[in-house]
Write a new protein. Sequence first.
Length: 54
Amino acid sequence: MGQTVAAHDLCSQLPPFRKRHHLQTGVGHYGVFSGRKWETQVYPVVRNFIVSNN
């Protein structure tokens, strides 16, 4: 937890609208990028962010 915030701090030149923080409950480091919660809860957030910033 907190990796997104740390990454945002490192990318200080990005405008705020280019940053998005998402904290997914009920998953660990591996689970956030695999399995059912990735497919149904996390990936849609990531996909929508990418689409909205193209």
